[in-house]
Design a protein around this ligand. Sequence first.
Ligand SMILES: [Mn+2]
Length: 352
Amino acid sequence: MNMKLSFRWYGEDDPISLEYISQIPGMRSIVSAVYDVKPGEVWSEESIKKIKDACEARGLVFDVVESIPVHEDIKLGCGDVDRLIDVYCENVRRCAKYGVKCVTYNFMPVFDWTRTQLDKRAADGSTSLVMYFDQLKGLDPLRDDIHLPGWDSSYTQSEVRELIRAYGELGSEGLWRNLERFLERVVPVAEECGVRMAIHPDDPPYPIFGIPRIITSEESLDRMLAIVDSPANSICLCTGSLGCTRSNDVTAMVKKYAARDRIAFMHIRNVKVMDDGSFEERAHLSSCGSLDMYEIVRSLAECGFSGYVRPDHGRMIWGESGKPGYGLFDRALGAAYINGLFEACEKNLKGD
Ligand SMILES: [Mn+2]
């Protein structure tokens, strides 16, 4: 198969071992990061090498980083931005030195992702992450003490309020300017050291509590890719993030960006979008959600896609507990399903 199957691993503290991950058929690459260093600080070479060595000892390759987080001051365009971007570039160089080929990041203000519940129980007893607008109604972070899943718990409530105010003032055009400044500096460095930068779309792809979200749609991905027109400035196309709003035609987006070789990394997962726009994370299978996984994979196979693919969030099944979305069992089922779709699509194209 052309695509490179990968799996996210949270390092030595991850309850899911590299040994277990290596037992998933077809597994090739590990997606990881140095998770114990704050944004804006340089990663030690020893810590990057440690991940590489641990992966190689299990026959796996550490060649995808998710993520090198972008410091809030870079997004806000305040403080010591130039120095922070220098640190970012240094981290890209260091990752490349130890074999990393793809670096994922996002440009979401304040919160990486937002859900209203992490353990919504389905009829079959499995649990998954959901976003129900009913559960958001009436909440105002400028007034209430809110802690939603996915929100950085290291911020105090007053810091959160301050950030929300600052981003409100900056607005989406201000955020775009800061993304431009970031990409114009980072992409040439990535290019030089053979790394593809892959932006993860905003999750969900619409503003929450008035905080701007800019990587949300085909139009915004076009604008992002045009900032630096290079394969080193690419997309981490997360089907579940883009797919939780009906206005995004995920299959069409995959076709378009794969044909232009601007997808470095695919996150494959399914979501069920409800009548009011709320959504539930579901099993990977097409029939379990709103996305047609066969059409998505076929579009990739038709372009000879050879980038990285990973199963994204899974449900909790078979009594497993742990980091919501990142258990072993359902993600392994997702990987097996992804393997099957690619094998069938690729063989079909060859006329076998
Ligand atoms: Mn994703």
